[in-house]
Design a protein around this ligand. Sequence first.
Ligand SMILES: Nc1nc2c(ncn2[C@@H]2O[C@H](COP(=O)(O)OP(=O)(O)OP(=O)(O)O)[C@@H](O)[C@H]2O)c(=O)[nH]1
Ligand SMILES: [Mg+2]
Length: 375
Amino acid sequence: MTESALPWQNRVSLQYGTFIDDLRLYIRGGTGGMGYPRLGGEGGRGGDVYFVAQERTTLKSVKNRYPQKRIVAGTGANSSVRALKGEKGKDCEVHVPPGISILDDDGKQIGEVNAAGERFLAARGGLGGSLATNFLPSKGQKRILHLDLKLIADVGLVGFPNAGKSSLLSKISHAKPEIANYAFTTIQPQLGKIMYADYKQILVADLPGLIEGAHANKGMGHKFLKHVERTKHLLLVVDISGFQLSTKTRFRTAFETILLLTKELEQYKEELLTKPALLAINKMDLPCAKDNLNELMKQLLNPQDSLHLLQEEVIPENTLKFRDIIPISTYTGEGIEELKACVRKSLDEEAEQKNAEYRKKKLLLLQTSEQKHRG
Ligand SMILES: Nc1nc2c(ncn2[C@@H]2O[C@H](COP(=O)(O)OP(=O)(O)OP(=O)(O)O)[C@@H](O)[C@H]2O)c(=O)[nH]1
Ligand SMILES: [Mg+2]
């Protein structure tokens, strides 16, 4: 495939370069202070390094603050005649955006900070010198860590490129994402808020389009599938007229795109299919839309009848169960209010269910502790 055939490929790497969602850092706790042999004094402990989640921070600002990507906490004070017990070295608090996974250099997750104010101890300072160590201080803990940003949104828009995800976000929120008639217009996640009349707000993430093979990191694969992991609900957006990435790839009907999206999610992480999901069928203003919709609804109701007609490569092991299926057009506004109501209903139901579970658990705990008391 020549580059000119896919001009967006160049755009992607160029523009993607300014957005950081993964940062590798060298972290070291402070060295302890020297002990004082003659008087038995103990040096101060080295400072610790913490990651602290804070709103309105980005990984880019972390990088700007520490251009060397080295973060070292303060050294503990030496023990002296005036202060036999040396003071602790200064802690270093690195402000990071909420929704960060912390990984070690092998890619294993060792922690996360999700809400503003949450802290993670990234490296401990070394102990000060004391009698036990011949008054020699220890070095602080040293590690290479990755900060991995995941978006936390109530609803994530999931679909193939050009399905109209960004158009939908701009219709239901004040966000102004870029919209264009080519694949991969959106190259970084965008957030928008749906505001309801009773002031309830729902955060929606517009994600870049997925393509076949995204689970194997094709396209922008993993960078974006990981954002899907953190959204509470999925809103699949499909183009009723189907999808074709380029003349070299196969045309996929709307039904096939739903299966393929399911398969990508499933192959990346099976649990993604357990998230509550809604389906928006977009571009209902197109002339072929009504007929295609009838066909699609039949296929969705009785998938078994049509699966044998399809190639195996598009068929997932499991299916997504949609709480609602809403035909929409971001051009005419058809179905948009209904979609907003369905999103709201789905999130409210989920919250109610979580509350009920919580109440049940609490009751159970109370009962067991009462029984213990009596016993
Ligand atoms: N006919 C019709 N076209 C639409 C509708 N909604 C969006 N489009 C068009 O579809 C194209 C793609 O829209 P986008 O909103 O950029 O699609 P996207 O899903 O965000 O695409 P990526 O960011 O590339 O993944 C644009 O040309 C839109 O004008 C619709 O309801 N009807
Ligand atoms: Mg887009």
